[in-house]
Design a protein around this ligand. Structure first.
Ligand SMILES: Nc1ncnc2c1ncn2[C@@H]1O[C@H](COP(=O)(O)OP(=O)(O)OP(=O)(O)O)[C@@H](O)[C@H]1O
Length: 242
């Protein structure tokens, strides 16, 4: 029996005027995977996320989710289908409580207040923030805020969560906590697609890594294969060392 296709990206492009921010990108994500995307600044990673979540329409190509072409559906419809995401720039609403932040995600599926609160609380438990539910989100540490953003995505009951540089600015302890959290969530069936600059994290997360450079897929493979490729080192790792 052929495994059910999960997320399939075929020759997807997005142009801004003459700039090919994403240029004929193709790859697949299987259900249950954690796939990392690496690449230099400006390579097109966030634009690719925006194409997957429907924040941007593609200039060309197809995005299929569970066999269905979703390339032209809007972002709220994709959220309903099962796409959750976090953003590179924190979207935490600091004057609201931690629980209320979670409820922003829960309202995607649930209009009744008590049910949305229950769903948000369950998501907070899954990221280890239930004890902080009534605190103002502005009182959280950066690491806790990142976990709250994941909780908000989880409250939408996603099948796949896209993490955009969730480790940026975190200390080693916080990074380790988020690695454990992602592995625990993955064990419960959540698929992850992760933009990540920290190569230790990439190694910890992913069996499969996609390298994007100048809008194109430079290489895909295991972390070992990808990170030992001279072309990848030239395009990416060298720039980090520099
Ligand atoms: N809305 C837009 N209009 C015009 N150009 C854009 C737009 N969004 C992104 N770009 C350009 O597209 C290219 C890819 O940007 P993108 O943010 O996707 O890169 P990235 O790999 O996520 O980079 P970083 O690691 O710095 O976040 C860049 O040259 C960027 O300036």
């Amino acid at each position: 029996m052929i495994a059910e296709p999960f997320l399939q990206i075929d020759n997807v492009s997005r142009h801004f005027g003459g700039l090919k921010a994403v240029d004929e990108v193709s790859f697949e994500v299987a259900r249950g995977e954690i796939v990392s995307i690496i690449g230099p600044n400006g390579a097109g990673k966030t634009t690719l996320f925006n194409l997957l979540t429907g924040q941007l329409p593609p200039s060309a190509g197809t995005v299929r989710f569970e066999g269905r072409d979703i390339g032209r559906t809007r972002s709220n419809e994709r959220a309903r289908l099962g796409f959750g995401r976090t953003f590179q720039i924190s979207q935490t609403l600091t004057s609201m409580s931690v629980l209320e932040n979670g409820m922003v995600g829960a309202f995607m599926h649930e209009r009744r207040l008590p049910a949305a609160a229950a769903r948000a609380f369950e998501a907070l438990e899954r990221v280890g923030l239930a004890k902080r539910a009534t605190d103002k989100a502005g009182s959280l540490t950066l690491g806790e805020r990142r976990r709250l953003e994941v909780a908000r995505a989880l409250a939408m009951k996603p099948q796949i969560v896209l993490l955009d540089e969730v480790m940026a600015g975190l200390n080693q302890t916080e990074v380790a906590e988020i690695i454990d959290m992602v592995h625990a969530l993955n064990a419960t069936g959540v698929t992850f697609l992760v933009i990540e600059h920290n190569l230790k994290v990439v190694r910890a997360f992913s069996r499969r890594v996609l390298v994007i450079n100048r809008g194109r897929v430079l290489k895909q493979g295991t972390a070992e294969e990808v990170l030992s490729d001279p072309a990848v080192v030239e395009a990416y790792v060298g720039k980090i060392r520099a």
